[in-house]
Design a protein around this ligand. Sequence first.
Ligand code: MF3
Ligand code: CO
Ligand code: CO
Length: 302
Amino acid sequence: RGLGDVYKRQIRKEVEQMNKCWCGSGLDYEVCHREFDKKINYYKKRGVMTPPRSMIKNQQQIEGIKKAAVVNNGLLDHIEKNIKIGMSTEDIDVLTREYLKEHNAHSPDLNYEGYPKSICTSINDVVCHGIPSSDVILKDGDIINVDATSELNGYYADASRMFMMGNVSDEAKKLVKITKEAMYEGMKAIKPWKSHIGDIGKAIQRYAHINGYSVVEEFCGHGIGMTMHEDPYVFHFKTKEDTVLIVPGMVFTIEPMLNQGTRHVHLNYNDDWTVYTDDGKLSAQWEHTFLVTEDGVEIISK
Ligand code: MF3
Ligand code: CO
Ligand code: CO
């Protein structure tokens, strides 16, 4: 009756669909993640904790995240150029809102679990989540962490930098420098198909301790890409917990917070966000978003 062709075409389409890769690339599974799955299964059978598919980004997603990272880096560059003694942290929030608007991007911080601003500005003994305010003025000698997250076309990137205002003490300079190096120690622990997420924290904590600093344990790095915070947790200290194998296609942040004194911190119960060191000593943080590749790692937020 002539319906045979229609039927055949439909079956062919369905079979084609069946052969498509689970990663959403639209490619045939055979040429996409088949070899990847073989490796995953090899480790899984040997009792290694492998990451679930939800932690693996496809090419299109990686490109989207990279574009968001270009905006996020541009924003941090823009702040770096304009930050100066005498300005308020609210001014940094204004710069952020303007820059993101100009670039058709959004801040996922704004209204995140009630967070009132578009960026985090954490000065001296503020560990993280400092809320921009017109009452907080940058002074000579301050060290400040500016933590920016940008969303562009549904993709997310996250990074933070330290800025040193005017004449900063040698002790503060050293903390800022060692914290940045600690982040890179964590990065060096990324070995696709070899190391685990837990190795990152081990390396960071070791480096912090040999330099006489403590590591904050209440806040972790995180998977990122389709939302701001995804699995896995990326600890910055040694844990007893089993952690997943690091494999290509994973995208996550490393964002250690190092303290001069005690690692212990407390929350400001008035604003429910600002985190301080318990002893009032300095804290520093650096953050990048990383992509695990076949043979290493790429800093997306750079
Ligand atoms: N940028 C932070 C991070 O590194 C998250 C921002 S918290 C918010 O994970 F409250 F400001 F949204
Ligand atoms: Co951040
Ligand atoms: Co982050």
